[in-house]
Design a protein around this ligand. Structure first.
Ligand SMILES: CCCCCCCC/C=C\CCCCCCCCC/C=C/C(=O)SCCNC(=O)CCNC(=O)[C@H](O)C(C)(C)COP(=O)(O)OP(=O)(O)OC[C@H]1O[C@@H](n2cnc3c(N)ncnc32)[C@H](O)[C@@H]1OP(=O)(O)O
Ligand SMILES: Cc1cc2nc3c(=O)[nH]c(=O)nc-3n(C[C@H](O)[C@H](O)[C@H](O)COP(=O)(O)OP(=O)(O)OC[C@H]3O[C@@H](n4cnc5c(N)ncnc54)[C@H](O)[C@@H]3O)c2cc1C
Length: 551
């Protein structure tokens, strides 16, 4: 995050100075925004940077315990520079949060600079190879030039000048990383399902008839139900991430030309896609672990590491709930635009047809299911706005009415995101397979249908509310879904092999290409320190005296 922030928040002169040093790793940096007391609510950050025109420096301070920076990766022991997000004061006025480049350690000795308090925050659920740190300042001075001045400036005399065209321009790095995280979610989920599918082809358990041999667990319908949605979701996330990257690049190019019109839609999209992709990836990686039974619980399966790593992505760079609520803000505005007969931006354009007051006729084709997901998002949005307005009519303030409606707002944002993801998944597959063989097309479409059927069956309650789907339609869809799993089964191992992930990347005794699961598990077990000696010292110190009644 250090380098992208240098790229996004510095003037060209500042970039010319800092970027080569950072890219050559003459300096190592991190992004220190979150504090002990505040992560989500950026405007509530407490670290201060007060400009002193006499010395042309900013004085950095951490006035409270809760103002200590907390969490930044590499901060504890590795980095010597930081981007610190602090409340800017000049001429006695607070201008809100701004980013500063702060040297925290000596470039030669690596000792913390006087006035800097820095350390490690301690063990975490995962990420324990990263020294996430804390950081506090006691009247620590940095040169005026170290304020990142692309979007706002403080002149020598302390005059504050706003440059950016958009109020949230300083939040740009977060948007960038949210876009990258969709790709990360796809990659890590692909790893987990490669491990679980390969293992399920090796693992045999139970014999349905007394004569036959034991089945590969991959042959069980329930196992296919657990795993094939993981493969389909990995594809869906990968294709959505490519699409989102293009949306991001287009918006960035427009902003460079001075046009910020598409930023709100990018923010709404990157927020909900980051939220849903990280949450889905984390829960499906856990499902892959379940699918590997007891051996999935071994660290040597690789799955616990993956889960610990990915579950953090649901929280960092904006918590799941918080980001969905950002998308909900955008959706409520879109609803108001429909009411006012105004045009809508592309990803919400489906709303313009959606508020008919009638249930959408059910159609179980892939296009029909996407339309149903859109109807569901529109229906939820409409009910949410009704609740919001009812609360306003009862005399509540907008903020109070909004807060009481947040459960529904999140539901509407989740449904919208699922509809966007499904639509993108379909159009990207169509675009990418124009010249593919019929067999490749067939397999990709089977997976795409698994995604649609799975989520339609997960949301039958909502579909009953907002479409004309009947009990027999649901029954028929369930049978089609189960049939599809059997069609995919013969290709399942080939499909995960096609992710092309080397053994070194998977790092798993269960998921290696050669399928030598049991040999690898035993080899990993031999590495346990407890196997280094036939009798452990604890036997002599504790067990034996206890057994002899001498403890
Ligand atoms: C070039 C280099 C290439 C490198 C490539 C490398 C490839 C590597 C590959 C993979 C790596 C990928 C993985 C990377 C891992 C990195 C590890 C990261 C570790 C973690 C870091 C962090 O967590 S940093 C801290 C992150 N913190 C957060 O995300 C905080 C979350 N909170 C917020 O974002 C905001 O506070 C919040 C959105 C909640 C609200 O902000 P607030 O100021 O209160 O605004 P509000 O009043 O609600 O809204 C006002 C208005 O503004 C709009 N808005 C809000 N945010 C944005 C935005 N970002 N952009 C645009 N607009 C925004 C909001 O919608 C409102 O609009 P209106 O409704 O009023 O119109
Ligand atoms: C592994 C890891 C690495 C990180 N790396 C960095 C880093 O490099 N740099 C950095 O600056 N930060 C980093 N962070 C911090 C991270 O960005 C924050 O933890 C994250 O943004 C969530 O903020 P929080 O911890 O304040 O959660 P909180 O906001 O305290 O959330 C707690 C709960 O309250 C809910 N909540 C909060 N506000 C609202 C609201 N308005 N409405 C409804 N519900 C609400 C949330 O949904 C959540 O359920 C990292 C975190 C982790 C876990």
């Amino acid at each position: 995050m250090f380098v992208p922030t240098l790229m996004g928040q510095c003037t060209p002169e500042q970039q010319a100075y800092w970027l080569p040093r950072a890219l050559d790793m003459q300096i190592i940096g991190t992004y220190a925004q979150t504090e002990l007391g505040h992560g989500t609510f950026i405007r509530g950050l407490e670290t201060t940077a007060t400009y002193d025109p006499e010395t042309e420096t900013f004085v950095m301070n951490s006035p409270t315990l809760t103002s200590y920076k907390w969490w930044a990766g590499g901060l504890a022991k590795t980095v010597n520079y930081c981007i610190v997000v602090a409340q800017l004061y000049t001429k006695g006025v607070c201008h809100g949060t701004h980013p500063f480049i702060v040297q925290i350690r000596d470039e030669e000795t690596h000792m913390p600079r006087p006035g800097v308090k820095v350390g490690d925050i301690g063990p975490k659920l995962g990420f324990n190879t990263a020294d996430n740190g804390y950081l506090g300042f006691d009247n620590y001075r940095i040169p005026r030039d170290n304020m990142m001045m692309k979007n706002a400036q403080v002149l020598k005399d302390g005059t504050y000048v706003k440059v950016a065209r958009h109020g949230k321009a300083t939040y740009g790095t977060m948007v960038f990383v949210r876009v990258l995280l969709v790709n990360e979610a796809a990659f890590n989920l692909a790893k987990a399902c490669t491990i679980a599918v390969r293992y399920s082809a090796i693992r045999r358990q139970c014999s349905p008839d007394s004569e036959g041999s034991e089945l590969q667990v991959l042959d069980y319908s329930t196992q296919q139900h657990k795993l094939f949605i993981c493969i389909a979701t990995a594809h869906a996330l990968q294709l959505n991430s490519t699409w989102l990257w293009k949306t991001f690049s287009d918006t960035l190019a427009a902003i460079k030309q001075g046009n910020v019109d598409t930023l709100p839609e990018l923010h709404a999209l990157s927020s909900c896609l980051k939220a849903l992709s990280t949450a889905d990836a984390a829960s499906l990686i856990e499902q892959c672990r379940h699918a590997c039974g007891g051996h999935g619980y071994m660290m040597s399966s690789g799955l616990p590491y993956l889960y610990a790593f990915v579950t953090a992505t649901r929280t960092y760079e904006g918590d799941y709930t918080i980001l969905l609520l950002q998308t909900a803000r955008f959706l409520v505005k879109a609803y108001e635009q429909v009411e006012a007969g105004k045009p809508l931006t592309p990803t919400v354009s489906y709303l313009s047809q959606a508020f008919t007051g009638k249930k959408l006729p059910w159609d179980s084709s892939p296009d029909g299911i996407i339309r149903a997901f859109q109807a569901l998002a529109a229906g939820k949005l409409s009910s949410t706005v009704k609740s919001l307005r009812k609360r306003l009519e009862s005399g509540l303030s907008y903020e109070q009415a909004w807060e009481l409606s947040t459960i529904q707002l999140n539901g509407a944002a989740e449904a919208h995101c699922r509809a966007v993801m499904s639509q993108n998944y379909k159009s990207e597959i169509e675009r990418l397979t124009v010249n593919s063989s019929p067999n490749v097309k067939l397999v990709l479409q089977q997976l795409y249908k698994v995604y649609l059927y799975y989520w339609a069956l997960e949301r039958t309650g909502d579909l009953l509310l907002y479409t004309s789907i009947s009990e027999s339609d649901i029954f028929e869809l369930q049978l089609r879904y189960e049939g599809l799993l059997k069609e995919i089964r013969p290709n399942a191992v080939g499909i995960v092999d096609a992710f092309d992930l080397r053994d070194e990347v998977l790092h798993s005794a269960l998921g290696s290409y050669d399928g030598n699961v049991y040999e690898r598990l035993m080899a990993e077990a031999q590495k346990s320190p407890l196997n280094a000696e036939p009798v452990n010292q604890t036997f002599h110190t504790y067990l034996k005296p206890m057994m002899k009644g001498k403890l």
